[in-house]
Design a protein around this ligand. Structure first.
Ligand SMILES: Nc1ncnc2c1ncn2[C@@H]1O[C@H](COP(=O)(O)OP(=O)(O)OP(=O)(O)O)[C@@H](O)[C@H]1O
Length: 238
């Protein structure tokens, strides 16, 4: 079932267009990779899907009925979260706990259930042992992991991640793809991830959306139905 649909979206910054006539659907409960070269507007596409940017023309629609009565809850891990400066005052546990407030609202005390979810999220990204450390003192890959844990602690039904494995070692990356696959398969979560690492992530994904430049047409959106399909002329414009 379609959860989000983008139709003929045109968008740019200032008076410079960066996406021209993009149409793409995201289905409920799929793990989608968005790929394309630097500057192809992958982050921009995510922000349009999230409603953080407004298209010049065309439409972006979230079909909440696809969630079958559940409230829409979106987790977002932006690009470069690893650049928290070294003076960032929070400790890991506080930061990850703060992810619960997107669901609970501010000024609510966390119940035992939320404490368990925080613990589970930190364990799933391999950062439980670091829970009392200051965030600013962690390595880039470790900061990336706790930002993912924070997003998971919010128990989103849609998780949007912009190059989430940047800075992670190979073992961490593979563990992360498996974890996302688990959330998609076992919890019905919809996961949308910008990635440059299709070789590694491809077998875990349900579908790839590829932003490719076509001569004289600007950036266009191509999708594959199956990740085993290589990019090439067999792709058709959606
Ligand atoms: N706030 C902004 N103001 C002006 N131009 C912008 C802004 N954000 C992005 N752009 C431009 O829009 C284009 C697409 O940027 P975007 O960050 O979406 O690309 P990307 O595919 O995510 O790139 P990367 O792989 O390098 O992260 C680029 O040419 C970029 O310079």
């Amino acid at each position: 079932m379609i959860l989000s649909s983008m139709r003929n979206v045109v968008f740019g910054y200032g008076d410079t267009p960066v996406l021209s006539g993009i149409s793409v659907d995201i289905h409920q409960g799929e793990f989608v990779g968005i790929t394309g070269p630097n500057g192809a507007a992958k982050t921009t596409l995510l922000k349009l899907l999230l409603g953080l940017l407004k298209p010049w023309s065309g439409s972006v629609h979230i079909h909440t009925e696809a969630l079958e009565g559940k409230r829409l809850s979106i987790g977002y891990v932006p690009q470069n979260v690893a650049s928290f400066n070294s003076g960032f005052p929070s400790r890991v546990l506080e930061l990850v706990r703060s992810g619960c407030y997107s669901r609970l609202g501010l000024f609510k005390r966390l119940a035992a259930e939320q404490h368990e979810i925080v613990e589970q999220s930190l364990k799933q990204v391999g950062m439980w042992e670091y829970r009392h450390r200051k965030v600013g003192e962690l390595s880039g890959g470790q900061k990336q992991r706790i930002c993912i844990a924070r997003a998971l602690a919010g128990q989103p039904n849609v998780l949007v991640l912009d190059e989430p494995t940047a800075g992670m070692d190979q073992q961490g990356r593979l563990g992360f793809y498996q974890l996302m696959r688990h959330y998609v398969t076992s919890h019905g979560m919809t996961v949308i991830m910008v990635t440059h690492e299709l070789q590694e992530s491809g077998k875990y994904l349900d579908r790839i959306i590829s932003l490719e430049q076509r001569e004289s047409e600007g950036w266009q959106c191509l999708t594959t139905n199956s990740c085993s399909v290589r990019f090439g002329p067999e792709l058709c414009l959606e």
